[in-house]
Design a protein around this ligand. Structure first.
Ligand code: SF4
Ligand code: SF4
Length: 302
């Protein structure tokens, strides 16, 4: 599918900047040429994504959000990476498949979607593994619809219910409004999660990730209630994450310049279980460690 016309008046994400990306940049700071910082097998996603051989992750530069705690800030906010053509990107996808990747994992890809779809179109007869869309959740419902024949597994964050929090920490006042609509659409497109014949590796479905933030357990609990009341039961997985670590500009916000406590994470997990939202992944708080950040050294980006 050719979506390159969108670069002329960019509406790829809910910021809807309407800039001509051939001449200018919008909020994400990205031009019209794909930039990426790493393409390699990655073993730190949920077990049904990483499996035993790893997920074929491609980390794209830039981001439509501006999270003050971003662990990938050198690429997402400072735009580190190398520019590549769609053809080069298609070869990168094939190389990851050859290395044994269980899937192609597009990390923070929204700002380059037209070029990424071009790359996927170039190799559609040779790519046999699922495509995972790993994003911050701040997506346009219309763009999600356009991706229905390209994306097999959606891996969105659902970060905030509160507008105040999403404005303060991610510079996105309309975060929940956009993410909630986008996630409903993702579930509509994939249907119930599907796995390989061993039941280990996800082939299709939605995993909603939520990382509990310090001092914000009530917001996490409001999100759980929204999921329970709004999303179709059994049609998605939840990944409740406990490993928040202050990164980047967290120090500007004293209330989140610390790890979460076992009490905070436990309260959120208890509520998820009480609501019956136990299909998915929860972390042992006792094993929480600094979130793994891969080296952004242009590995695999040639
Ligand atoms: S992708 Fe970038 S330029 Fe396009 S609407 Fe989003 S923030 Fe703006
Ligand atoms: S959405 Fe993810 S990559 Fe983007 S700024 Fe937030 S934490 Fe960083």
């Amino acid at each position: 599918m050719n979506l390159t016309h969108i670069y002329e008046s960019c509406c790829l994400c809910p910021r809807n900047c309407r800039v001509n990306r051939y001449a200018n940049t919008g909020y994400c700071g990205c031009g019209h040429t794909v930039k990426a910082a790493r393409a390699a097998l990655h073993h730190w996603e949920e077990p049904c994504i990483s499996g035993t051989r790893g997920s074929g992750t491609v980390f794209f530069s830039g981001c439509t959000l501006g999270c003050c705690f971003c662990q990938n800030y050198s690429i997402s906010q400072e735009n580190f990476g190398r520019e590549i053509t769609s053809k080069e990107l298609s070869h990168i996808f094939l190389r990851l498949q050859e290395k044994g990747a269980h899937n192609i994992n597009l990390v923070t890809a929204t700002q380059y979607l037209p070029s990424i779809l071009e790359a996927l179109d170039l190799i559609k007869s040779s790519l046999f593994i699922p495509v995972v869309y790993n994003c911050g959740g701040y997506e346009s419902e219309e763009i999600v619809k356009e991706l229905s024949s390209y994306v097999d597994i959606w891996l969105p964050d659902l970060k905030y219910f509160s507008t105040e929090l999403s404005s303060r920490y991610s510079k996105a006042p309309g975060y929940f409004e956009a993410a909630s609509k986008a996630i409903k659409q993702m579930i509509l497109q994939t249907g119930a999660p599907q796995f390989d014949s061993h039941g280990d590796i996800m082939k299709k479905g939605v995993i909603i990730r939520h990382m509990v933030l310090p001092g914000a357990k009530e917001d996490s609990i409001r999100l759980l209630h929204w999921m329970k009341e709004t999303l179709p039961e059994g049609m998605y997985y939840i990944s409740l994450m406990s490993q928040y670590t202050p990164f980047y500009k967290s120090g500007n916000f004293p209330e989140i310049n610390r790890r979460i406590t076992s009490y905070e994470y436990g309260k959120v997990v208890d509520e998820a279980i009480r609501l019956g939202l136990d299909q998915g992944f929860m972390q042992e708080k006792s094993s929480a460690k600094e979130e793994y950040t891969p080296p952004f050294d242009l590995e695999g980006i040639e």
